[in-house]
Design a binder for this molecule. Structure first.
Ligand code: COA
Length: 259
């Protein structure tokens, strides 16, 4: 597939993906959704990639799903479009590697939903968040009603979704929608710093931790604890566990090999 609207490169195990359609503030049209779907499949298969950073080109992260594309959709087309977005975002959420959203600007509608499908959100001071769909006569369609209440609580999610208001990064931090706020010029530096820190740890242990946390968010404590025990136990069959603990005891830095 020819990828036209994304820029991506990998260095030291960190893949940076830039959504690059600044003329429409990186609005998600079918083409960008397809390209992201294709790219995240490639990322999943690439053993050299340990961490992903996703950001937007220009003054926007993603200003929502493409309104010009949605304007004439009927119910069936709406369903198909919603399914494609939801499927892509679930793929990102369940990717076997951490994904950091470096939110550089507008994260509205599908943009806020994309950020929420990532594992960690760091925001530029200039970032803006919101789910303004009801002002267009639709509900959030890429799992915003599902993930937002899990992150900020149902009451705050309802306030954001019912009013459609746009909040700044400080408010997003206050309500727990983002992990931290960074000066705009330092956003990618900080995202890379965090990605490098993650990439220096044991990849299998990170993969299992992500799986366990994702499961725990959606399930009750008993089965979640059981899964954690299973995954914890599986770590002891990995080379990285042997190396990690040996290195600690030998007072040196561990060299993990993702196996
Ligand atoms: N879909 C399609 N095009 C979009 C878009 C979207 N979600 N968001 C922005 N654009 C386009 C605008 O139509 C405009 O195109 P034009 O230059 O051809 O007129 C271009 O991006 C720049 O946007 P503009 O509105 O001129 O910038 P602004 O700084 O005045 O406002 C926003 C920025 C983000 C507040 C405003 O663009 C906006 O409200 N966008 C829609 C957000 C939204 O409702 N998202 C949820 C969709 S479900």
């Amino acid at each position: 597939m020819e990828v036209k609207r994304l820029l991506y490169s990998t260095e030291d195990g960190i893949c940076t993906v830039i959504i690059n359609n600044p003329d429409t503030l990186n609005a998600l049209n079918s083409q960008i959704i397809n390209e992201l779907d294709y790219l995240f499949d490639k990322i999943a298969q690439d053993e050299k990639i340990l961490v992903v950073i996703i950001t937007g080109a220009g003054r926007s992260f993603v200003a929502g799903a493409d309104i010009s594309e949605m304007a004439d959709m009927d119910q069936n087309e709406g369903e198909l479009f919603g399914k494609r977005g939801a499927y892509l975002f679930r793929k990102i959420e369940t990717l076997s590697k951490p994904v950091i959203a470096a939110v550089n600007g507008f994260a509205l509608g599908g943009g806020c939903e994309l950020a929420m499908a990532c594992d960690i959100r760091i925001a530029s001071q200039k970032a803006k968040f919101g789910q303004p769909e009801v002002s267009l006569g639709i509900t959030p369609g890429f799992s915003g009603t599902v993930r937002l209440p899990k992150l900020v609580g149902s009451s705050m999610a309802k306030e954001m979704i019912f009013t459609g208001k746009i909040i700044d990064s400080y408010e997003a931090l206050r309500i727990g929608l983002v992990n931290s706020i960074i000066e705009p010029q330092d956003l990618m530096v900080k995202a890379l710093e965090m990605a490098k820190m993650i990439a220096s740890n044991a990849p299998v242990a990170i993969r299992y931790s992500k799986e366990s946390i994702n499961y725990a968010v959606d399930n009750e404590t008993e089965s979640a604890s059981q899964l954690e025990t299973e995954l914890f136990a599986k770590c002891f069959s990995t080379q990285d566990q042997k190396e990690g603990m040996k290195a600690f005891l030998e007072k040196r830095k561990a060299q993990f090999e993702n196996r």
